[in-house]
Design a protein around this ligand. Structure first.
Ligand SMILES: [Zn+2]
Length: 489
């Protein structure tokens, strides 16, 4: 969805700042690392699963998530998973989700891994290659879903099978849910599982490889990102109606002026400054890397009584501004029906990115207060474009403190695979399926071992591709991470 693209943009601007730091100048001079150590059998298995997933069309328009879920179910059955440890189900026959449980000793609570199987639409005519053919070319795998996120779906399924073949016994159950409709559609699989089969996916915490990842610049690792919380996406429609009339006889009560006035008030409004455990850790880390006034400002805003002028200065940076505030901005405008008539209808769309802890309806109410004009009606627009008078009470919960066990494992693994590269907890400024698991009380982290050039981000775009070696290193990363988190390091 919008999330990923935004995250990468965020990363770029953040990195331009971080690059100046001494901490990172050590990282960027590191020599390139050798390819991952993966045996041929595992490599072939991963390749075949990845190919199979790419070549099953899972778009909302004509594809079938069920077909992909069933293919993975068969692979797991063939690898010796008990039929009773596999569950296939969903709200309709195109949107079935697969849940598999790898049984451990039960010493610790389970970990849940979530991965969406659906992909964004792709037209053959837009692409150089067939988006639903897995094509190997110039050191890349091409196909819709190679970055978002069939790569990590294949990685997680391959890793389960590999661990099974090795006879590995984790100290906790490992649950994997492969799901529908993260990118759109009306049958979000994680939401559906939380509501209908909570027992199947109940876990201490969630790892979601749809977020996080390693940012590269010219082959050098810059940061290992861990998405530890997310903003919530919300669209609102403003509308003003008026009887209209002849434009030669204007009256003060004008739909366009009412709407324009409301938008100007929004422009001048700043939502309250707010940090959570993740953004606080992020700014604290940044304050030790930055220098001069910026460093002092960053330090000042993380204090219990943050300094208003420091907030104002740092808010000049759009990325930092977005991490410190809920933002709402006008994105579309439409009004009037003739050059010589008073407008009968004026409408605008305002897009909000809401900080954890605040609901969609709370922000709608806040917008009404900001507009301060009873003529301006504020409605909620859902992801399908349907409009309602009120917004859902859904919100991102404020993030709990970072899980030390998860962070320590990632730090240790990152030090081994990308030496000298900082692990940075971040707040994604859009939303992924973690919104549902977080809301269900399972802290969720976006974690991926896929390394991508920040200039080669192609998720949702044409000619989506993944460097071949990035895939196998990402596979190695998840194999080691899962072992570390389940007593088998
Ligand atoms: Zn995705």
């Amino acid at each position: 969805m919008l999330k990923f693209a935004f995250r990468r943009r965020l990363t770029l601007s953040r990195l331009s700042v971080l690059l100046a730091s001494s901490l990172l100048s050590a990282a960027v001079t590191m020599p390139p690392r050798a390819a991952a150590q993966i045996d041929d059998q595992t490599r072939k298995l991963a390749h075949d699963i990845f190919q199979q997933l790419i070549e099953i069309n899972t778009t909302d328009s004509v594809g079938s998530v069920t077909a992909a879920a069933k293919a993975m179910q068969q692979r797991l059955l063939d690898a010796g998973f008990a039929p009773s440890d596999l569950y296939l189900g969903g709200p309709n026959d195109r949107k079935e989700n697969l849940v598999v449980r790898y049984r451990g000793t039960g010493k610790e609570k389970p970990i849940l891994f979530i991965g969406h199987l659906d992909v964004v639409e792709a037209r053959r005519s837009d692409w150089t290659t067939d988006p639903f053919k897995f094509i190997e070319k110039d050191g890349y795998y091409y196909g819709r879903g190679t970055q978002d996120m069939k790569d990590n779906d294949a990685i997680v399924v391959t890793t389960l099978i590999r661990l099974k073949q090795e006879g590995y016994k984790p100290d906790r159950d490992l649950i994997v849910a492969l799901t529908a409709d993260e990118e759109g559609g009306k049958s979000n699989g994680v939401d559906w599982l939380v509501k209908n089969h909570r027992d199947l996916i109940d876990a201490e915490y969630v790892l979601n490889p749809d977020g996080g990842g390693v940012d590269l610049s010219h082959g050098k690792a810059l940061s290992v990102d861990v998405d530890a919380t997310e903003k919530l996406y919300g669209d609102y429609q403003l509308s003003v109606t008026n009887p209209g009339g002849h434009s030669s006889l204007p009256v003060p009560d004008n739909a366009i002026y009412h709407l324009a006035g409301a938008l100007i008030r929004l422009q001048r409004y700043q939502f309250p400054f707010e940090l959570n455990s993740v953004t606080r850790a992020y700014f604290e880390r940044l304050s030790t890397i930055e220098t001069g006034e910026t460093a002092r400002d960053l330090k000042a805003i993380t204090q219990p009584d943050p300094d208003a002028s420091a907030i104002a200065r740092l808010s000049g940076n759009p990325e930092w501004n977005s991490m410190m505030h809920t933002t709402c901005v006008a994105t579309r405008l439409q009004a009037g029906h003739a050059n010589n008539a008073l407008p009968e209808l004026a409408q605008a769309i305002v897009n909000c990115r809401i900080l954890p802890g605040h609901s969609l309806e709370e922000i709608r109410q806040q917008l009404i207060r900001i507009f301060d004009d009873p003529k301006v009606t504020v409605r909620y627009v859902d992801s399908a474009g349907d409009i309602s008078d009120t917004a859902p009470d859904r919100k991102q919960l404020p993030p709990p403190p970072l899980n030390p066990e998860v962070m320590a494992a990632i730090e240790k693994l990152a030090a081994k695979m990308w030496p000298g590269t900082p692990v940075i907890p971040t707040m994604a400024t859009g939303a992924s399926d973690s919104v549902y698991t977080n809301a269900a009380g399972m802290p969720s982290y976006g974690v991926s071992g896929i390394a991508l050039e920040t200039s080669d981000f192609r998720a949702h775009g044409k000619d989506e591709r993944l460097p071949i070696e990035s895939f196998y290193r990402g596979l190695d990363f998840y194999y080691q991470l899962i072992r570390m988190l389940s007593g088998g390091a």
